[in-house]
Design a protein around this ligand. Structure first.
Ligand SMILES: Cc1cc2nc3c(=O)[nH]c(=O)nc-3n(C[C@H](O)[C@H](O)[C@H](O)COP(=O)(O)OP(=O)(O)OC[C@H]3O[C@@H](n4cnc5c(N)ncnc54)[C@H](O)[C@@H]3O)c2cc1C
Length: 418
């Protein structure tokens, strides 16, 4: 069966172009409404559905922001641009606070063996909690690989505050089934709902809000704990400096792609003394969880990797190969390269897989050069506090990071980030 959201950059660009006219007022007014998957199949949804493409960098945040700035939504696309920048903010925040990811991974690993004994957990995962909206969203997530943002918020809140289930196992359920499953957006959004991310503030799902924004599909009045005690949250760890990224590489290089960044064409690896002599890629979607991930998610990620490799192969005139992480060092050594370059992998399971790859390459005398995009280098260091402090920088970031269009000051759409 064809993927309903084809895992290619071409399909992402098509979706971006089709959504551009709705990025302004229609998005701002409609983005909180979740009419459900049936309605979304009949009428164009208010939200873009671009997240699987952005998550794997089949599309770049800079391209999507540029389309919003230049598009028919014009100044009215502010809300859409702000949401797009949430992704950059969360990625930066987690890269500055890697201990939060390590803590999440350890908590999931510790909870995993005893999960079946947690009262209510299996029923909630199977869509049998008895709360109709939650059960419907659990089934929708498993069947479609996605959920509307508002449904994700309500789901997480009911999971934590009404059912009293461990937030890390809810976050794990999402990661196993979301096509856009992302270490930063998922972990930090769950933490935000739980009241761990913004101490003193937790997100409470209310029946009236759910009825209003689901077109009356659900009305869980009397079913939810709408007055939960504020959670006990420890202090946030202090931000660490962003690790140094590699300088522009030169010489004979092997290019290693992965599913955190599948747009090699805009990495700026052409010329200036750099020669790409070999091309390979890996993806480890099963490393999202001790339970792996849904087969449909794994298939989507593998197909997205194939698309990224195919485009990169044409761009660099090389035959790409798909490798397991343990095969990378042997492949690189056989290629005769002087170093391996790879797009930056933010904190998450792909970066975890790159650790042993780097060690195996070092054992053969080959450095692994991680290239960070200018967009990330500019946005991430600003994610030290809350989003409201970060968003003040958005106008300047757009000014500095998006190229001016040929006719004037408005930035043009198109690959920009490298
Ligand atoms: C509990 C919870 C878990 C989440 N887990 C993930 C996840 O694993 N992966 C993921 O990509 N997003 C996650 N999100 C964020 C958000 O729900 C999705 O990015 C959004 O629903 C994607 O749909 P869209 O592309 O139609 O978004 P649109 O509303 O069209 O927004 C445009 C783009 O902005 C970005 N964006 C929008 N809202 C958010 C947000 N709240 N946080 C971060 N970026 C945002 C996305 O890149 C999105 O594609 C989570 C949110 C919550 C509350």
């Amino acid at each position: 069966m064809p993927h309903p959201i084809p895992p290619t950059r071409a399909a992402g660009l098509q979706r971006l172009a089709a959504f551009a006219p709705r990025m302004g007022q229609p998005y701002a007014e409609g983005r909180n409404h979740d009419p459900g998957p049936d309605a979304a199949a009949r009428t164009p949804p208010a939200v873009s559905g671009l997240s699987p493409y952005l998550r794997h960098r089949l599309l770049l945040e800079s391209e999507v922001a540029a389309a919003a700035v230049a598009g028919p939504g014009g100044g009215a696309a502010e809300s859409f641009i702000r949401e797009t920048l949430w992704r950059s903010y969360w990625k930066g925040w987690l890269d500055l606070h890697p201990a939060v990811w390590a803590e999440y991974r350890a908590a999931v690993a510790a909870a995993w063996p005893g999960r079946t004994a947690i009262p209510g957990l299996e029923a909630a995962l199977a869509g049998r909690s008895g709360i109709a909206c939650l059960d419907s969203w659990a089934a929708e997530l498993v069947a479609t690989g996605t959920l509307h943002n508002h449904a994700r918020m309500w789901f997480a809140s009911i999971w934590i505050f009404t059912l009293g289930l461990p937030w890390v196992l809810g976050a794990d359920f999402f990661l196993r089934h979301l096509r856009d499953g992302d270490a930063a957006s998922n972990t930090l959004s769950w933490r935000w709902v739980a009241g761990l991310q913004t101490p003193g503030k937790h997100y409470v799902a209310r029946a009236g809000n759910i009825a209003r924004f689901t077109a009356g599909r659900f009305d869980p009045v009397g079913e939810l704990n709408e007055d939960p005690a504020p959670p006990a949250a420890g202090p946030l760890p202090p931000p660490q400096p962003l690790p140094a990224a590699a300088a522009r590489p030169r010489g004979r290089l092997a290019l290693l792609l992965h599913d955190d960044d599948l747009h090699a064409e805009s990495l700026g690896l052409e010329g200036e003394g750099a020669e790409i002599v070999a091309l390979a890629g890996f993806a480890t979607p099963g490393a999202r969880s001790p339970g792996g991930c849904a087969p449909a998610v794994a298939a989507w990620v593998e197909a997205a990797l194939a698309d990224g490799l195919d485009r990169a192969g044409r761009h660099f005139a090389l035959a790409p190969c798909r490798l397991a992480p343990a095969e990378v060092a042997g492949w690189a050594a056989a290629s005769g390269c002087a170093a391996v370059v790879t797009p930056w992998s933010p904190v998450g399971w792909t970066a975890e897989a790159l650790g042993p790859v780097e060690a195996a390459l070092a054992a053969r005398g080959l450095p692994l050069l991680r290239l960070r995009r200018p967009w990330d280098s500019a946005c991430w260091p600003l994610a030290t506090r809350g989003f409201f402090a970060f968003r003040k920088h958005i106008p300047r970031l757009l000014q500095e990071l998006l190229p001016p269009s040929p006719g004037g000051a408005a930035p043009a759409a198109g690959p920009t980030a490298a």
